[in-house]
Design a protein around this ligand. Structure first.
Ligand code: T3D
Length: 272
C-alpha cells in the first residue's frame, strides 16, 4: 500500500535542486516506492537545463539506513529463519531498482552533493559514496552495514569505498560493518567537509551555489575525465584530457573566463 507522504521532497533554490529522501520514521530506508521516486527525481534533475547542481539529503535524523529490512523480511513467508518458497534473487532487485539510479548519479553531467544529515547505512552509505562530493553534519555516521545482515556491500560500495579510502580501510569497514563517525570520515577521505549539524543546510547551499555558478561544460567534462581515470592508463588518460580540453576550449565560457580574468571582473558563465 503506498504511503501517504511523498517519498521524496523536491526543493529549488536558484539553479540548485535538492532531493530529500522522506521516510524519516525508518531513517529513510529504501522501499521500492522511495527508490522509484528517487530515480524519477534524479532523471528529471539530469534533464532540466535550469538545474546546475543536485543535492541529495534525508528528512529527519537519518540520511538513509539502506534497503528496508522489513520489506526484505516480508519476502520470507515464515520469518528469516525459513527458506523462501521461491529462491530470492537479490541481484535482480539491485539491477532493477538500484543500478539505473546509481549509474545516473555517476554519469550525469552535473555535480551531485550528498548532504549527509545523519546515519548513512548499507545502500544509504553507498548512495552517499556514489555522489561527487560529501558534506556531513557532525552527528552523521557511515556504516557499511551489509555484513551485519549477511550480505556483501552493494550499490557501488565495493567500487567507491576502496577508491575513496584505500584498500585496507575499505576491507576493514566492509568486513566489520563498524560505524565511522563524521570526524573519522573526514580524516580518511570519505567526506569532503564536516560542519556543525545546524550549519549543514547553509554550508551545503554555499558549496552547491558555488558549483552552480561555474561553467557547466567545464564541470561536466571534468566529471567525465575523473570518472574515466579509474579505468585508464596514463597515455590513454592524457589523450582523453587533450580531447576534452579541445571541447572545453571551444566554449564561450572558456573565452569569458579568460576575458574576465584579464579585465579583473567576475565572469558570467552561461553554459555555452
Ligand atoms: O534487497 C536488496 O536489494 C538487497 C540490498 C541490500 C542493500 C542494503 O542496504 S543491506 C543493509 C540494510 N541496512 C541495514 O542493515 C541497516 C539497519 N539499521 C541499522 O543498523 C540501524 O538502524 C542504524 C545503524 C542505521 C541506525 O541506528 P539507530 O540506533 O540510530 O536507529 P534505530 O533505532 O535502529 O532505527 C530507527 C528506526 O528505523 C527503527 O524503527 P522503530 O523501532 O523506531 O519503529 C528501525 O527499526 C528503523 N530502521 C532502521 N533501519 C532500517 C529500519 N527499518 C527498516 N529498514 C532499515 N534498514
Amino acid at each position: 500500500m503506498p504511503e501517504t507522504q511523498p517519498a521524496v521532497l523536491i526543493e529549488n533554490e536558484g539553479s540548485v535542486r535538492t532531493i530529500r529522501l522522506n521516510r524519516p520514521e525508518v531513517l529513510n530506508a529504501f522501499n521500492n516506492e522511495l527508490l522509484s521516486a528517487l530515480g524519477k527525481a534524479v532523471r528529471e534533475a539530469e534533464k532540466d537545463r535550469q538545474v546546475r547542481c543536485l543535492v541529495l539529503t534525508g528528512a529527519g535524523r537519518g540520511f538513509s539506513s539502506g534497503q528496508d529490512l522489513a520489506d526484505v523480511a516480508a519476502r520470507y513467508p515464515n520469518g528469516a529463519s525459513d527458506q523462501p518458497i521461491e529462491p530470492i534473487e537479490l541481484g535482480r532487485h539491485l539491477r532493477e531498482h538500484y543500478h539505473p539510479l546509481l549509474t545516473i548519479l555517476r554519469t550525469m553531467e552535473k555535480p551531485v552533493i550528498a548532504a549527509v544529515n545523519g546515519v548513512a547505512a548499507g545502500a544509504g552509505c553507498s548512495l552517499a559514496l556514489m555522489c561527487d562530493l560529501r558534506i556531513a553534519a557532525e552527528s552523521a555516521s557511515f556504516v557499511e552495514a551489509f555484513i551485519n545482515v549477511g550480505l556483501v556491500p552493494d550499490s557501488g560500495s565495493t567500487f567507491m569505498l576502496p577508491r575513496l579510502v584505500g584498500f585496507s580501510r575499505a576491507m576493514e569497514l566492509a568486513m566489520t560493518g563498524r560505524k565511522v563517525t563524521a570526524v573519522e570520515a573526514l580524516q580518511i577521505g570519505l567526506v569532503n567537509q564536516v560542519v556543525p549539524d545546524a550549519q549543514l543546510p547553509e554550508a551545503t547551499m554555499k558549496l552547491a551555489k558555488r558549483l552552480a555558478e561555474l561553467p557547466p561544460r567545464g564541470i561536466a567534462l571534468t566529471k567525465r575525465a575523473i570518472n574515466a581515470s579509474w579505468a585508464a592508463d596514463l597515455a590513454t588518460q592524457l589523450e582523453y584530457e587533450a580531447m576534452l580540453q579541445t571541447t572545453a576550449g571551444q566554449t564561450r565560457d572558456h573565452r569569458e573566463g579568460v576575458r574576465a580574468f584579464l579585465e579583473k571582473r567576475r565572469p558570467q558563465f552561461t553554459g555555452e
